[in-house]
Design a protein around this ligand. Sequence first.
Ligand SMILES: Cc1cc2nc3c(=O)[nH]c(=O)nc-3n(C[C@H](O)[C@H](O)[C@H](O)COP(=O)(O)OP(=O)(O)OC[C@H]3O[C@@H](n4cnc5c(N)ncnc54)[C@H](O)[C@@H]3O)c2cc1C
Length: 417
Amino acid sequence: MRFSALKIFKEGLTGNMGWAPHWRDPEPKPEYDILIIGGGGHGLATAFYLAKEHGLTNVAVLEKGYLGGGNIGRNTTIVRANYNLPGNSEFYSHSLKLWEGMEQELNFNTMMSQRGVLNLFHSDGQRDYAARRGNSMVNQGDDAQLLDRDGVRKLVPFLDFDNIRFPIYGGLYHARGGTARHDAVAWGYARGADQRGVDLLQNCEVTGIDIENGAVKGVQTTRGAIRARKVGIVVAGRSGQVAGLAGMRLPIESHVLQAFVTEGLKPCIDHVVTFGMGHFYISQSDKGGLVFGGDLDFYASYAARGNLPMAEHVMEAAMTLMPVIGKARVLRSWGGIMDMSPDGSPIIDKTGIDGLYLNCGWCYGGFKAVPGSGFSFAHLIAQDRPHEPAARFRLDRFRTGHGIMDEEGTGAQHNLH
Ligand SMILES: Cc1cc2nc3c(=O)[nH]c(=O)nc-3n(C[C@H](O)[C@H](O)[C@H](O)COP(=O)(O)OP(=O)(O)OC[C@H]3O[C@@H](n4cnc5c(N)ncnc54)[C@H](O)[C@@H]3O)c2cc1C
């Protein structure tokens, strides 16, 4: 089934009875060439690109819940390529290019909206860093524009520019950044993978990883044992637990990250805006809700819900930057489990076990990475060598100390990234 304007028109006239399910619901086979553990954005994109780019279709995605029920359906949907450091810069640049072609590639409306991302700065030091970061982005081939205070005011006049503690000095504007509908991204990749023959197995939790003589042989699941010579772990906040099934201890901590949405309002925020003096960022959804978030909850946890002190902290930052938000009523909040790495950058690498591959450490920024990560992880699994834009995401950098990518400059503490 292909989506087209004609199809939508026809279905509208005929009672919408002609739509088919987006993907099959197959029984697990006893053996596949490749198993992907985790049916989030990254796992589904990996399966899609394995099939599309490498012709590998004897593949299954094993998801313990339902497709898109993890962080992929919980994030605040920001997409951007405004990283500074070599390693991150080329990877996210590649990922953004994939975003720009995603709807055509998947024949699925992911509601990609390049509405621009504006990072504010509030001191001379921050302005210097924003200029350096903007230069890195331009050198990478991406767009960046350094705005002064008046330039920012033209875009977002409703902010408190003269806040006594945090006056706004200007902002770094990234016009190609924006938002996309998060669960549609999961559905689009799921549908594309299924159409190419990949089995998507839901309610299929991996409970064991079979290893013999240093090589992976398959997995144990709640739907029975499945054999495979290659297994990819891509389970975001559960990375430490699932790698533990293979006897590995990862440099990852899991932390809760919350987000909030207000009642629907008329269009009032045209861009994604981030506060430079507190971890607060905001955009407006196509339904009208103001979607915003902030810091991690600052303790390790596997609970996908947050707590009130962090809710208060985020609201305080919101009121500092844009007091007008005090008039909006918060409709709901939720949490997701973040896989925090010590330098805040991800891992896409082989493990010390033959045939076992690892994709994790996305911290709170893995939504924008979905296409790039799927593309690079599929390349690694299919060809047994890293994909160039992701070549620096090595697992051993935390052991050797070489190649650490500390984008935030906060040091090796998971909860500070
Ligand atoms: C509140 C919030 C806001 C965020 N905002 C942004 C943002 O604006 N921009 C951005 O770029 N990123 C953002 N992120 C981060 C982004 O959502 C994540 O980095 C990314 O979604 C993680 O990858 P994923 O989609 O594959 O994860 P998930 O969707 O979590 O996928 C992992 C899957 O693995 C499954 N799984 C776990 N254990 C097993 C097992 N044993 N067997 C089988 N399956 C298993 C889980 O059920 C889950 O479905 C945000 C996250 C949160 C929570």
